[in-house]
Design a protein around this ligand. Sequence first.
Ligand code: PMP
Length: 429
Amino acid sequence: MSRSEELFARARAVSPGGVHSPVRAFRSVGGTPRFMTGGRGARLTDVDGREYADYCMAFGPLILGHQDPLVHAAVLTALQRGWSLGTAEPYSLELAEFITRRIPWVQSIRFVNSGTEAVMSALRVARGATGRARILKFDGCYHGHTDSMLLRAGSGLADAAVPDSAGLAPQVIGETLIGQLDDLPALEALFARHGGEIAAAIIEPLPANYGLLPQRHEFLAALARLTRAAGALLIFDEVISGFRVGFQGYAALSGIEPDLVTYGKVIGGGFPVGAYGGRRDLMELVAPAGPVYQAGTLSANPVAMCAGLAMLQRLEDGGVYARLDALGARLETAVARIPHLAVQRVGSVFWFCLTASGRPALPIRRTAAAPADAGANYARIYHPLLESGIYLAPSAWEVGFLSAAHSETDIDILADALGNAVRSALPDG
Ligand code: PMP
């Protein structure tokens, strides 16, 4: 029995499924999750002393790699001053100014502790602003685990037999309308029918929780137009894409400015931070400035604020994004030679899609277009890759992340290992 197996047996006795977030349990790929003791640069180390090249990167926050020296130094300095104040303090102010000066559509911002909280709060603002109840979300987009967003949600629910969660009140489910990505006629019909009831449309402008499903510009532009014509708000959930595909996120890449935006992951440098922000008039509705209540004991934790600021300062000049894009292009080129495997990529976010018959036709933009056997095939290559020292997200529907700590050699090793794993799992190719 490995140390990981021992620990997993103990963990299952004291926590549901042995984990504190479902995908970590390896249910999609089978086997026992590796218990990791730590990470440095592009590497993770497990309790048995094995090293892995990490392409999960804590599901996105660690764009500079584990223990980036600048973030590390900022955290140590912050710790020495005191790690929880519960008062007004200058650290969140610095981060808020840094962001609002660089992202024009974020005129005002509120820090919370997770992406889920950010979304939950942004939806409340939208309802408060419009006096309407219903929210439009898209099939396959994940917006955290607030009740109304747990429908057709992707991520850890992408391959669930029953895609929704138990424990949701029917009236909460009834508030959510589901749209289909990349289906403009259906979207127009939905707005024609329900436009006047919708408080907000929320979308991951770069959907990254059912694999990576990049949208056509026209679709996002039409969504913005229909939403505004209906008197509803447009919320971009940039928890993954914010500060990841470029400093200003996917909004800048698409040229579409949302009314509200949600952030998480990179914004906290790897510490528990989320944020929502946007138009000043909307954010002024939030307590204590306005009537929409939202609060948090640990919100704007000073250590997390300083980690986030150090991270964003490092990202600001754009050099990191250029390097990440070059690494991503190298991966894409190397993987193009592997049978059965397709990769969809935007910058440092990538998705491997593996199908037994031929190669998936790209681009894939809708959940229904993802090959039905992609999950099972991913499971077949997952453990051989793990054995060869490659740590990918333990689900076919989670995207992979590159970091500035990865090297060209890492990418070449990954491509070789993928080629070997695919050829032995699907030998007819
Ligand atoms: N929105 C998106 C787009 C996400 O990918 C996630 C998490 N992966 C969330 C919201 C929720 O964030 P958290 O897990 O920090 O609550």
